[in-house]
Ligand binder design. Structure first.
Ligand code: ADP
Ligand code: MG
Length: 476
């Protein structure tokens, strides 16, 4: 039988606010355990949560970016459960009336664009962390994360393959970083995914029973976890079994999913409206205010890059993959005045290559756009060849000198004195009569040998075009 996969993703994005969603404690990652949790985060008696306006601003910004309905009126609810890293005994979340309603995101897989529905996005607080290492049979509790603002983004069950799910997740990751509402750091848990997966016979209208794979924190693992889960469900059904609705955990070491708890054991959270928090009212004026802070979105930037710079699909995709990278590129084009394509090739080629190798982000690049621009200007005006340019780039990378300094200091300037080139060509022709004979009797390949010899003799500092032209003349 042919099977169809159905996937819906719930993605938790940590909002990039300075302080927590209902308290003034800091949200910075990596502090000493329990130094960033205050009485409100712990839910001590008598405290009152106060909603962080920045978190609301960020949620609305996201809602507008996915063309969603923004709820004019939304409320917070208590989701009750016991866990050691949740000392309050409940998590403040939104159940009914979330702040962001139905919206969508377009993804592209194998050249085909597909629209994925987003059911809702709601604000909630994160819980603390239980630490199991270093405690010899006990657990440590770190409450620094308690009260950190999250936006949980819930998709419709619209994806039909692990590939589509990853494309959606990447697109969302790109969007929240563009909007500046989430740092997107997956190792630190700022962007994590629960994948709901089911299978059904192809052509069947009803969905199959789904399993939910919790807390996957990399694109690669999402793809692997879904593919494993799909195989597991198909094997199970084909051998006469039934998929049960349950929560599963992906084990990256074994590349498999394992049952955590089934629906029968699932908690009844007894949601109820939080009596300590006021409803949130969003009017048109507020939305307009948020809209005014909206940056150019990834899709719009892609279209503009293609039109304005004449870039191909691949370079456009790379250069617009993050806002800082796109900004770097545009600043480079503007400052250097060089051809857009030359700039694109250097950024996506040499610069990104070196950054990747060094494990650095564009914002940490040792070569800023001004110095790279200085190099490109010298390639464009033929002071140096592209090949020598790569050498200069190495020096740019290692130090703080400008391209002009490096070219002067290392004597890399291209020789434009045709007399000097001619003398070397004559010398090489005289020294290699055999090859000259071969070339003249029709062995065109030998030409490359002459170019190589001349360039070697000139240490790469002659214009290859000029050398070709003169050699052709002399070898006639
Ligand atoms: P819950 O609140 O119990 O997690 P929801 O109805 O909110 O359930 O769905 C959670 C996620 O599961 C959504 O992303 C949704 O698209 C997805 N989903 C629902 N039904 C299925 C299904 N049969 N197969 C795959 N995904 C599903
Ligand atoms: Mg869920």
């Amino acid at each position: 039988m042919e099977w169809e996969t159905v996937i819906g993703l719930e993605i938790h994005t940590q909002l990039a606010t300075q302080s927590k969603i209902f308290s003034g404690a800091a949200t910075a990652y990596g502090a000493e355990p329990n130094t960033q949790a205050c009485a409100v985060d712990l839910g001590l008696p008598g405290v009152l949560p106060v909603l962080n306006a920045d978190a609301v601003h960020m949620a609305v910004k996201f809602g507008l970016a996915i063309e969603a309905q923004i709820a004019p009126y939304s409320i917070f609810a208590r989701k009750n459960y016991f866990y050691p890293d949740l000392p309050k005994g409940y998590q403040i979340s939104q159940m009914e009336l979330p702040i962001v309603g139905l919206g969508h995101l377009d993804i592209e897989v194998d050249g085909v664009t597909k629209r994925i529905g987003i059911t809702r996005a709601h604000l909630e607080e994160d819980a603390g962390k239980s630490l199991h290492e270093d405690f010899h049979g006990l657990s440590g509790i770190d409450l620094n994360r308690a009260g950190t603002p999250l936006l949980e983004i819930v998709s419709q069950p619209d994806m039909r393959s692990a590939k589509e799910a990853v494309a959606y997740m990447r697109k969302l990751h790109e969007l929240v970083r563009y909007l500046g509402i989430c740092d997107g750091n997956m190792q630190e848990g700022s962007f994590r995914c629960d994948a709901n997966v089911s299978v059904r016979p192809k052509g069947q209208a009803e969905f199959g029973t789904r399993a939910e794979i919790k807390n996957i924190n990399s694109f690669k693992f999402v793809e692997k976890a879904i593919n494993f889960e799909v195989e597991r469900q198909i094997d199970l059904i084909e051998s006469g079994g039934k998929v049960v609705q349950e929560t599963r955990l992906y084990d990256a070491n074994k590349d498999e999913t394992r049952s955590m708890r089934s629906k029968e054991e699932a908690n009844d959270y007894r949601y109820f409206p939080d009596p300590d928090l006021l409803p949130v009212f969003i009017d048109e004026a507020y939305k307009a205010q948020v809209k005014a802070t909206m940056p150019e979105l990834p899709e719009a930037k892609k279209q503009r890059f293609k039109a304005q710079y004449g870039l191909d699909e691949e370079n456009t995709a790379i250069l617009t993959s993050s806002r800082p990278l796109a900004d770097y590129y545009e600043a480079l084009v503007k400052a250097s005045g060089c051809e857009a394509k030359l700039c694109a090739n250097w950024v996506t080629g040499d610069l990104l290559g070196a950054l990747n190798k060094a494990g650095l982000d564009i914002t940490e690049s040792p070569v800023d756009y001004q110095r790279l621009g200085g190099l490109l200007v010298r390639i464009a005006d033929d002071t140096i060849s592209g090949k020598i340019g790569k050498q200069v780039f190495e020096y740019l990378w290692q130090g703080s000198a400008t391209a002009d300094d490096i070219i002067a200091e290392k004597g890399l300037k291209q020789v434009t004195d045709t007399g000097a080139i001619e003398a070397i060509i004559d010398q090489i022709i005289a020294a290699n009569p055999e090859q000259v004979e071969q070339y003249r009797s029709g062995k065109d390949k030998v030409f490359g040998f002459f170019v190589g010899q001349v360039m070697k003799e000139m240490q790469g500092k002659a214009s290859p075009g000029e050398v070709n032209k003169m050699l052709k003349d002399k070898l006639k």
